[in-house]
Design a protein around this ligand. Structure first.
Ligand code: ATP
Length: 477
């Protein structure tokens, strides 16, 4: 199953989707860059989300807040005090681990060995200790379970200590305590502190939502699984403000809406599931994740949280500015409750790649081979159509370029004339282009072109004048 994931990772690099950051300097751990195809896919995913939020809902509007925020924001939100993971070092290998991850891995081992009771007992105990902030207890549990370092093989562990995940830096020329600012670890707080600004200027009434797409930074202790866990990543968050007491209805509604969105995106139902949180964060009264079956198991792609009035109330306390809303329908002032949907654009990107990557056995006997293609929803595909003159002469390139010019204002198209036509089809398969359009000699006679479909490899002819609207119907969001 790891080889399945390795294939996706190398495919991503080889075909211009994802590169390690600063690769010529051997990369920077847990930081990645997107290539020519990657940036298109990522933009499409973001656009798909943005449209689903702000076009499909008249009561959801957007913001774009700064990465830097007043440092007190992070005191009010609880991040300065408690946005941390329990850290442990192995004294022999000097390798650093997340204590909770070591225990979770152990539980997974039990699970795989069929010892389900042991696995769940271990997780329960771990959660109790973490909740009680009993770091010594977590340390003892690691020893009790005889967990060894995968590198040194020893159980020679340091104490467990909390490690804050926020990156900090300094503003201005003088570096002192008071000039410390943070790179935001989530986009949500930029929405909370703008709640009244947006509500008033967008003339919204509760219930309404604010959506935002933007970078977030976390100094993750261990970076694993490619772009699944990065130190710099992008979040797509929507905070939905509701009347207190109605939050559970809205929580259920947003769970439904979000899972439906994933299905519309083309993710198979069987590879999606909800995971309800038993252990709730300090701000939540209900929370679940939408998990996707990655090649390394079911893992979170999106969180849906009922955050109560925790954030707005806390900002009211710290800022001394009222965060109340007057609800004309019930003639009451209150601090709204919040349902949040939060998804990582990069993690969704990884989901899309994993779910699109397809190997298909084709041909018979000696001609048997594996065809690899990316089965993206056409609306997500980096390139919507490739226009290919069959040969590089007889006026075919000119005719093909005319078609490119007709299409390029509406969608991402590429023109390619190098190599045999079969090879060009294969290249487009590898980046997930849903349609190839071939211009041949017959085109000059009757104005028809050949359309070749990625998934079926079926080919048929169509009048050139119909191509644009035919494509638009299939590749639009
Ligand atoms: P995890 O348990 O995986 O650390 P989390 O529960 O801390 O995630 P949230 O704070 O709820 O995650 O963030 C919401 C979403 O942001 C996640 O569902 C995920 O898609 C994305 N995300 C969070 N951390 C990272 C990261 N380090 N790299 C990439 N995406 C991330």
């Amino acid at each position: 199953e790891n080889t399945a994931f390795q294939k996706v990772v190398s495919h991503a690099k080889e075909y211009g989707f994802v590169f390690p950051s600063s690769e010529i300097y051997d990369g920077l751990a847990a930081v990645y860059d997107y290539g020519s195809n990657g940036v298109e896919l990522k933009n499409n995913l973001k656009e798909f989300w943005w449209k689903a939020m702000t076009l499909m809902h008249s009561n959801i509007v957007g913001v774009d807040s700064s990465i830097f925020m007043h440092p007190t924001v992070w005191k009010a939100s609880g991040h300065v005090d408690s946005f941390s993971d329990p850290l442990i070092d192995n004294k022999d290998s000097k390798k650093r681990y997340r204590a909770d991850q070591l225990l979770e891995d152990k539980a997974e081992e039990y699970e795989k060995a069929g010892e389900t009771d042991k696995a769940s007992a271990l997780l329960t105990k771990m959660n109790q200790l973490l909740e009680a902030e009993d770091l010594q207890g977590v340390h003892d549990l690691i020893l009790e379970e005889n967990i060894t370092c995968p590198v040194s093989g020893t159980a020679n562990w340091t104490d467990v200590r909390q490690f804050n995940l926020m990156f900090s830096t300094q503003t201005g020329a003088v570096a002192d305590e008071s000039s410390t600012i943070y790179l935001r670890p989530e986009t949500a707080q930029g929405i909370f502190v703008n709640f009244l600004n947006v509500q008033k200027t967008a003339r919204q009434k509760v219930p309404f939502g604010i959506a935002q797409i933007g970078k977030a930074f976390r100094n993750e202790i261990v970076a694993r699984q490619f772009i699944f866990r990065m130190r710099e990543f992008e979040q797509m968050e929507m905070q939905f403000f509701v009347r207190p007491g109605t939050e559970m209805e809205w929580y259920e509604q947003w769970k439904e809406k979000r899972i439906r969105w994933h299905k519309i995106l083309g993710t198979p139902e069987a590879s999606l599931r909800f995971h309800d949180h038993e252990k709730l964060a300090h701000y939540a009264n209900a929370a679940c994740d939408i998990e996707f079956q990655f090649p390394f198991g079911f893992k979170e792609v999106e969180g849906i949280h009922s955050r109560t009035d925790f954030d707005l109330k806390s900002h009211q306390e710290f800022s001394k500015k009222k965060q109340q809303y007057f609800d004309p329908e019930v003639s009451q002032n209150y601090i709204p409750y919040v349902i949040e949907t939060s998804i990582g654009a990069d993690r969704l990107f990884l989901l899309s790649l994993c779910s699109a990557y397809t190997e298909q056995e084709v041909g018979e006997g000696d001609k048997k081979k594996t065809r690899i293609f990316l089965k993206f929803n056409p609306a997500l595909a980096p390139v919507k159509a490739a226009v290919l003159p069959l040969v590089k002469k007889d006026g075919l390139p000119e005719k093909a370029m005319e078609l490119v010019d007709d299409l390029k204002y509406d969608m991402k198209v590429v023109y390619e004339e190098q190599a045999a036509i079969g090879k060009r089809y294969t290249r487009q398969d590898l980046i997930g282009t849903p349609f190839c359009i071939t211009v041949d000699h017959q085109t000059l006679e009757d104005n028809t072109v050949t359309i070749r479909e990625r998934d079926t490899t079926d080919q048929f002819r169509m009048d050139i004048s119909e191509v644009r609207s035919w494509l638009l119907e299939r590749v639009s969001m």
